[in-house]
Every structure is written in C-alpha cells, then in structure tokens.
Ligand binder design. Sequence first.
Ligand SMILES: [Zn+2]
Ligand SMILES: [Zn+2]
Length: 511
Amino acid sequence: MCEHSHPPVDRRSLLLAGAGVATYAAAAAFEPVPAAASSHRASRTQSHTFRGTFTGVGTPDWHYLPVRVPRGVSEIQVGYDYTSTNTGAGFSLNVIDIGMFDPSGHGLGDAAGFRGWSGGARRSFQISRESATPGYLPGEITAGTWHVILGPVAIVPPGVDWEVTVTLVFGRRRRRFRPTPAPRRVAGTGPGWYRGDLHLHTVHSDGKRTPEEMVQHAREAGLDFFVSTEHNTVSAHGVWGRHATPDLLIVNGEEITTRGGHWIAAGLPAGAWIDWRYRPEDGRLAQFTDQVRALGGLAIACHPWVPIPGTKWDFGYDYAGMDAVELWNGPWTLDDNHAVQHWHAELLAGRFIPAVGSSDSHSPDQPVGQAQTIVHAETLSATALVSAVKAGRSWLAESSAVDLSFTATLGAQSVSCGERLAAAPTDLADVHLTVAGAPGCVAQVIGPAGPLAGALTDASGQANVTTSVPVGATPFVRAEVRRLDGEPVVNPLEGVPGLAMVAMTNPVFLG
Ligand SMILES: [Zn+2]
Ligand SMILES: [Zn+2]
C-alpha cells in the first residue's frame, strides 16, 4: 500500500549546484511562477529555485513548476525539501510528492511527456539521456518547457513550506540509454498452475530491494512469475531484462496510486505508463482501465478495505471497471477478512469479480509471495496470465508451501476455480478439496450459506474433503483453509474472531 506510510524524513540540505541561488517567497497560496534563475558559466550549470507553502485549504492535488530548458542541457537535477509529520498510525501528514514531465505534454493521459515519479520516497533525482534516478526515465533532454509536478498529500494547518531547486547541467550529448525489458513469456511452458506475486515494489518507487534482489527473493519464494508494480512509474520496465532468469517470468505493471485508492495495471507493454491524476469524483477511472485492457493488460483494485484515508478504495465497492480485486494484501489482517466477507456477499447477489492475493512487499522483512496467486494459465506468459486472472482461474495462498486442488465433477466432466460445471438443477455435483502443506488448519468447502463440509489437516498438513451438493440450491462453491493454531484475527467491529487465512479459492460455478 504505502506510498505515504514511510517514516518522516528530516529536513536535508538541498541539491544545489552552484551558490547564490536567487529565490522568492510565495504567499500562503502557491503561485506557479519560477524564482529568478542563476547562471554559472564556469560550472556550466543553471539553477532555478521555487518556494511556497501548501496550507491544505483548497489546495489542488497537483501543482506544476515550469522549467525552461534551453538547448545544450545534458542533465536535469532536481532537489526539494519540506518537513513531513509521522502520525504513528501508519501514514504521514504534510507529505509532498514529486515527479517530472517533459515538453511532450503534462496533461491528463499525456504518457509521452511522463519522465518519472518518486512520490515522497526521495528528495532528489536526476535525468539525462543515458541514465536516471530509479523512478525516472532516461532519454532525450529536449529543449522547451519541462514541468516538475508536486503533489501535496494530507496537508494539515498551518501547512508545509517547501523549496524546489532545478539545476540544468550543460554538456555534450550523452549516449542513449537502451531499455532491456524482460521477455514476455517463458519458453517451453504449457498449460499448468503457476505461482506468482502480483504486487511488488523496488527502489524504483518506495521499496528497499534492488531489482536484482527482487528476482532473487521471488525465486527463493518458489514463484514462477511476479508483476512489477511501482507507484505511478514504469522505470523498472526498462531494466528487468538484465535480471530475469530463464525460469521466472517478470510481468510489467504499475500501481496506479490515486488519491482515492490504488489499482494495479498488470501485463502492460514495456514502458507503457498509465495516469493516476484523478479522483473518483472526476469520473476518469474507466478511461484508464479501458486503456490498460486495450494494451493487453488487466486492472486490479488493491487493498480495498485498508483503513488508511486515500489508500482504501473510494471508487465504489462494486469495483466497476476492474478485472479483479486484491482481497488479500500481505500478511492476513482484518481488512482482508472484511474484503472476503464483502466479496462473498457480492457472490450471493450474483456478482463475481475474480480474487487475487499478493504481498505488496516493500522490504526484505515483508516476504515476497505472502500472499500469492496460483493461476491456471495456458503458458507462462503475460498474455496467458492476464486471461486466466480475468477468468478467475486461480486460488490464493500464504506461501508456496501450501498446495491445493479444488474441483467439482459430474460424470466425466470436471472443472476447477473460475469455471462452470454444466449441470441441471436436479443434479448432484461432487466437490473435492485436497490440501497439502498446511498443518494446524481447517479446510472447508463453502457454499452460498456457509461451510458445506470440512476437515482438519493432519500432522503432515494434509486434508481431503469430499461432498455432494445439489446444483439447484448451490450456484457456487469455493474453498478456504484457515489456521486453527495461530493467533485469531479479532475484528472488534464485527465481534467475531477470524482465523488467519492460509489459502482460498475463486469459486466454481454450478449449473
Ligand atoms: Zn497501494
Ligand atoms: Zn503497493
């Protein structure tokens, strides 16, 4: 979830190339006019400093600082400073996010002009033709008007002062950065169940791992694939090819981190960037989820019930426009439990949105693959995984140690997660659940009204549950494996303890 749940960063010295930077103090409300520029012929740099205050009263979400870039600039350096406040409740107040657009455009959806984003994760960055700070896109330093974008978050009175310094470095044209995206498929794979983590962060946004470490940890977690989902940027797409191994598929994605909830675009072409500068009331979500689908990807609503303002899902719990919902985000918690309860109620009402689970891991103390989604795909490829997740052909687990098989059969016909068993209302369907690698658990087959059958796992962690259900009274069945010997997850609002989830399936539909 993050991106504003990091600890406060102390005021640091600015990245100022050259002395004597002239500045101006904006009034209480910021006016997007650049401060005086200072030019340093000797060092071949030119600096522009902007200052202002966000008071939090009527402050728009996005502010643009225009920077005139003349010909001959080989690198742009940006540093900024402000003081945020840690609430101690998992998020910070008075955060100012930052990013950059080039002269190709900075309007809503102007992907061509997007040059990077670091949110509140770092206080300086640089962009040149041959390299850029993670989160930013290397490329041409085109002459024209660039824009630093500032995004004030959770500003409380009396507000927060800020200062941004842009340093233009003149020099000869540098070598061109060559992106090395990961392959979009793993050769020699066929139909099968593939384990993956659909939601991960590296140093390309507010994560701690390098891309190389992420690949190592994903392999150690027993994954077949993962989706690269940095907050609001796609800079990592251009480096995965350097780290991909022949047995691990890395799928390009982005965590679209809006002010009204987060969603994942997964299965994007390398470098495709999806805009995030809208709130639910702007009515623009569908434009961008449609764009993701047109690009061959899918849209997943993230951590929908996390109790953090601006991070929980404010676009509506019908998940309109979404292809899937992340019911399980990281270690099992109350909001995950609530997400499953709500999702089950929607199933009762005849509305199905496929469930996924992922770790949203930002650092090595948050295991990759806790949770994970195990997908039945035709091949281990981005295209096949997108189709399979959209169809609900998947189940969720806390780790690769857990294995599960869930089928409904009628005569010679056998179907699994996300599929429909062709049957008449008078038929009895046989439902089989087999679990392994889950000691101390209860495995249950769940129908519309609740558990239909269950068994405790044995000392080796195995359980088999078989039951017959009347198709006419049971439009769907699904499975859950919950831990009996762990700490119950207590929900004071609902008054019932919830056992921690170890695995769960998407439904099988009957009739
Ligand atoms: Zn998030
Ligand atoms: Zn995330």
